[in-house]
Every structure is written in structure tokens, then in C-alpha cells.
Write a protein that binds this ligand. Sequence first.
Ligand code: NAD
Ligand code: FE2
Length: 383
Amino acid sequence: MKAFEFHTTKSITVERGAAARLAERLRDLDYKSVMIVTDAGVLQTGLLEPTLRNFAELGIAVSVFSEVVADPPEAVIQQGIYAAQQQQADCIIGFGGGSSMDAAKLIALLCHSEQALCDVYGVNAATGQRLPLVLIPTTAGTGSEVTAIAIVTTGKNEKKGVVSPLLLPDLALLDAELTLGLPSHVTAATGIDAMVHAIEAFTSKRLKNPISDSLAKDALRLLSANIHTACQHGENIQARENMLLGSCLAGMAFANAPVGGVHALAYPVGARFHVPHGLSNSLMLDAVLRFNLRDAEHLYAELADVVFPAVVGTPQSRAASLLNYLKDLPEDLGIAQSLREVGISESDIPLLAEDAMKQTRLLINNPREIHLSDAIALYKEAL
Ligand SMILES: NC(=O)c1ccc[n+]([C@@H]2O[C@H](COP(=O)([O-])OP(=O)(O)OC[C@H]3O[C@@H](n4cnc5c(N)ncnc54)[C@H](O)[C@@H]3O)[C@@H](O)[C@H]2O)c1
Ligand SMILES: [Fe+2]
């Protein structure tokens, strides 16, 4: 066996209603000033209210920083760091989707650090300690609660990642009740994002490993079996819980066997056209998987066995059944199926392809090498 390392969040709780009892859990840790990091959309849902009430009941001071926006820009992180410093926060809670959790990670990391945000981009550039950190996902999703990554929008159109084990939280809390009201189109796009994490981890060229493989398969099994129900019957707690667990398992997988071409080509779509992260991945998925087929067919066939346990046939036909299933998924779930539908036209493609080629951190993991001419062809395919 090839040597490998595997890291994940050291403590994970899966419990319905656990967010409403968070303060009880933290009581013995003697925090004096807890700061919750979220976005306006999550705040508006009222999901935080039971959690805030629990803090009030136990007399633990808590504040809410709700300035996070989708694909958080640097300025929002700076603002959050400043807010945490002002109120001398001694514990940070990320409560929301990937945007809120990523922002919380960086605020916890940099609140008392001598490093600035621009010093920590890249792999293992962050030093020092961070504040205690709890992550509570409300989408299923990014798996950010178990990844050592935070993504920031830099300047106008670029995204950069901070990768550091310091970003793994002390506790990830998976409470499916928080996802019951997630709108259908967000459930679909974030759910497909999680499926892409599982698929790309399983086909990762560089750091594919047996633990990530098991997690990726289980993740894809849970996600594919529950995504339709979660979208059509959002109140189905069992489906919601399976989606949340699936996205967490996929997160663990890709945190150690990193994602590749789909994410590399999706990032410019998200950054330049403000298309949500999950949707931009969904839009590029079919084109990139078909491109990869030449080198990853046997792996796609293995994943097909997970999605369709009864299917028999050659690796070629099984891989094809997986790709066809994934191709139809956006239409079945009622989300956009082409780049044109999100406002992208042919003349945008050269710029998108150039941007994609800068995502070397991701491109190196793709099972088949992607050159500039390939990226152009893939965007045309997805148009
Ligand atoms: N750290 C990682 O490992 C990692 C992995 C993938 C993506 N990301 C990043 O995560 C971000 C995307 O995260 P996301 O897809 O979870 O979306 P998001 O956090 O941007 O949230 C999407 C929308 O859903 C709303 N929302 C969230 N939970 C809700 C709920 N329960 N009910 C109703 N509305 C709710 C939010 O208000 C927001 O408007 C991007 O910045 C992406 O780059 C990070
Ligand atoms: Fe993703």
C-alpha cells in the first residue's frame, strides 16, 4: 500500500436539536465571550434563535457577526476579525453554509495572530494558535466542518485558499433540524457539490487513499439515495440527516484526497459571474467527467456500483450509467443546466479558461491533464 496520511475534525456530533443546546455543551469550558459568525440569510430564517436563547439562559455572553456574504471577500474576513477583537471573543462559532464556516475559521485563526490574511494563503503558511472553534453546517454541502481549507474571494474575481490543519475545528456539530427549511434549489446545488467532492476525491490523482475511498463511496451512496427526497420533501428529517452526513463524509474524503478539474473549472464561473459554488460545480460536472473518462473509467464504474447496486455490465457501460445519471440530475432537481442560463456567453470562455489554468492547486489532482485548449473545449461543452 502506498503510504498516506489522513486528518479530520477530532470531535463530531450528529444529533437533532443539538444546536439549540450548544451553550450547555460549552458551559464547562468557561468562555466569557462567544461570537457566532453567520450570514444575513441564515439570520433571517430565525434558526439561530434557540441557540441564542440557550446562551442567554446560561448567562454566557454571546454576539452575532452576520456580515458574511456568499464566497466571502477579504474585507468581510477583516471586519469579522476586528469585531472578534473588539469584543474580546474567546470562542468562535461558524453557523451557516460554507461561506459562514470558512469565514469563522479564518476569524478564529487570525484574531490573535501576528499574521495578516495575505500571509496565510496557500498550504501550511499559517502559524500560531487559533481561538476555540465550533462549526455548525446549515447546508449539506461543502463539508467545510471537516476540511482544513477556507476559501476567500480576493480582489474582484479571484478565489484563494488557506490550507492549514489549524482550520480544522474543535467540534463539528451536525444538526439536521437546521437544514429542514433549506430551499429546494440550494439543497440541489449544495448536494451536487457534495457529490462532486466524493467523486473527485475518489478519482484524485495525487493523494487518493483507502480511507478517503471508503468515505467517498459511503458519501455518494447517501447523497444519491436522498437528494431527490431532500429537494422534493424538505421536511423529511431522515433524508436531511443523510444528506448532512453524506456531505460530511465527502468533506473528510476530499480534505485528504483533494478535488480536481470540476472545481478548477467551476471556480472562475463562481468568481466572475457570482454563480453559487454548488451550482457552478454542477454546471461543469458532466463535461469534465466525460473528458476524464479516458483515464478514470474504471473508477467511475466502481462509483456506479454504489449508486446503482443492482447494475451489471462492463466497466464501460457502468461508468456510462453513472455519467448519464449525473447529467440528468440538474434537470431532475430543477436547477440550471447550462452556462448560458447563468448569463455566460461564448465570448467569456477565453477568460474563464485562462482563470481555470491558474487553479494549479486543483488541476494537479485531476485524473487527466487539462491544458488551456481542453479548458476552452470544456466550457464550450458546458455552454
Ligand atoms: N472549506 C471548504 O472545504 C469548502 C469546500 C467547498 C466550498 N467552500 C466554500 O463554501 C462557500 C459555499 O458554501 P455553501 O454552498 O454552503 O453556500 P453559502 O454558505 O454561500 O450559503 C448559500 C445560501 O444559503 C443560505 N442558507 C444557508 N443555510 C440555510 C438554511 N438552513 N436555510 C435557509 N437558507 C440557508 C445562505 O443564507 C446563503 O444565502 C463558497 O465560498 C465556497 O468556496 C468551502
Ligand atoms: Fe465544492
